[in-house]
Ligand binder design. Structure first.
Ligand SMILES: NC(=O)c1ccc[n+]([C@@H]2O[C@H](COP(=O)([O-])OP(=O)(O)OC[C@H]3O[C@@H](n4cnc5c(N)ncnc54)[C@H](O)[C@@H]3O)[C@@H](O)[C@H]2O)c1
Length: 402
């Protein structure tokens, strides 16, 4: 009897250790992350190089805004680790090129999804991040009609997975994340102020960003996570997004192809509060610098935590025909305009930011107008794609997005 019991115990023990070996193997051999070398790279990238520097996990780091924010933080001596899934919403080779730029500056970018809870837990296990700059999202308004699930995947499920990881991390990081001006939806009162209603989104994209504001509030309330939500207004500039109008207009104008210019009801031109990337980056960095610490620990709140929302815009809307005029001047090519009535697919007629709150609390002060900003964009575009690009910007799945 005793020998039988001993035999059974030995059998169970060897089965359990086999299981754990299989689990560990699948984790380290099937996944594109993990291992001692990988951890060493993460630690090196996350280590600040200046006294008092912060250690930031930047999600969406291979994206337009993520690349610029990561570079700026790295250049001033902060520790930065990037995370991006390199999805093919727009040409992934542009994302890879941005990653190469980051790598050359010592920023390590992990290829992974914010829905991967194990990866996130591992990252927080390896590095006690002080901040998370959360920029990973499914962007674009019109693509939601084609692929609604991608918005739920990244902007809702992914956000919750990330917040769960942040809540459990010890120490809990402070979170700064990108909401959007699109939350103002069908509002007509201008300029848009943070106190205005945001319950009439015009697109699924806007609805997921609005949901993100509510979800982050919940994690702030229950777990004491420090949260700053930034409502960006149409960001543009070098290394920008090929799905956006200023980018695809540039490509088409250079290729001699017509551009479609949408017009609102009663022949009113659409207008956007175009905001230059460097101004947005300053707002992001100021948000990180003024973010208070999260107050929770071990998944429990110890006291009330900071919750903030700021508009980051330029406060001077420009119409789309005026945007085209500036591009024509910088490119020295006349556009073939095809003006059509705006279809009801999620776009709003105008955006205009009131930025007094960001001015007061972040010292935010946009300094680049559209004329100057587009000059820099065109210079970058021509150096990146050349003068006569065959596929400048690559194939985008979405139609252009303002
Ligand atoms: N650019 C703008 O005009 C603008 C305006 C308002 C809000 N925003 C918001 O700012 C943020 C950055 O925008 P952007 O213009 O740099 O867009 P972007 O598409 O260039 O960057 C987002 C990055 O996130 C990555 N990503 C998407 N889903 C992911 C997932 N599930 N896991 C990991 N990575 C994922 C993408 O591969 C991409 O590289 C986004 O949250 C966007 O919604 C942008």
């Amino acid at each position: 009897m005793f020998l039988w019991a001993l035999f059974l115990i030995a059998l169970t023990a060897s089965y359990l250790s086999f299981q754990s070996f299989v689990d560990t193997s699948s984790r380290y051999f099937n996944a594109s992350w993990g291992g001692m070398h990988w951890e060493k790279q993460i630690r090196a990238s996350a280590t600040p190089r200046r006294r008092g520097g912060v250690s930031v996990l930047v999600t969406g780091a291979a994206g337009f805004v993520g690349t610029h924010v990561s570079l700026t933080l790295r250049k001033r001596g902060d520790g930065v680790v990037g995370l991006d899934n390199f999805n093919s919403y727009y040409d992934p080779s542009l994302k890879k090129a941005r990653k190469a730029l980051l790598t050359s500056h010592g920023v390590f970018v992990v290829e992974g999804d914010i829905n991967d809870a194990r990866l996130l837990a591992k990252l927080f296990d390896v590095v006690p991040f002080t901040h998370v700059m959360h920029l990973a999202a499914q962007a674009g308004v019109r693509y939601a009609i084609e692929n609604p699930a991608s918005y739920v995947h990244s902007n809702i499920a992914g956000l919750v997975t990330l917040l769960e990881a942040c809540k459990s991390a010890d120490p809990q990081p402070a979170i700064v994340w990108a909401s959007s001006s699109s939350v103002y939806g069908l509002n007509e009162k201008a300029p848009f102020s943070e106190a205005d209603r945001t319950d009439r989104p015009a697109s699924l994209y806007a609805a997921t960003k609005k949901a993100g504001e509510e979800i982050t509030h919940t994690y702030n309330h229950i777990y004491g996570l420090s949260i700053t939500g930034l409502r960006f207004f149409t960001v543009y500039g070098p290394w920008g997004r090929p799905d956006m109008a200023y980018f695809s207009f540039t490509r088409n104008i250079l290729q001699g192809k017509p551009i479609t210019v949408y017009r609102g009801k009663n022949h009113v031109d659409l207008a956007r509060d175009f905001t230059y990337i460097d101004d947005i980056v300053k707002g992001c960095v100021a948000s990180l610098d003024t973010a208070q610490k999260s107050t929770g620990s071990g998944g429990r709140k110890r006291g009330p935590a900071q919750y903030r929302i700021f508009n980051l815009g330029n406060t001077s809307p420009v119409t789309v025909p005026a945007l085209v005029g500036i591009l024509e001047r910088h490119l020295k090519v006349k556009a073939k305009r095809h003006v059509v009535e705006m279809p009801g697919n999620g776009d709003v007629p105008f955006t205009h930011a009131n930025i007094s709150s960001a001015r007061t609390e972040l010292g935010y002060n946009p300094t680049t107008n559209l004329e100057a900003g587009l000059k820099k964009f065109v210079k970058w575009y021509l150096s990146y794609y050349g003068y006569n690009p065959r596929s400048g910007g690559g194939a985008t799945k979405a139609s252009k997005s303002l």
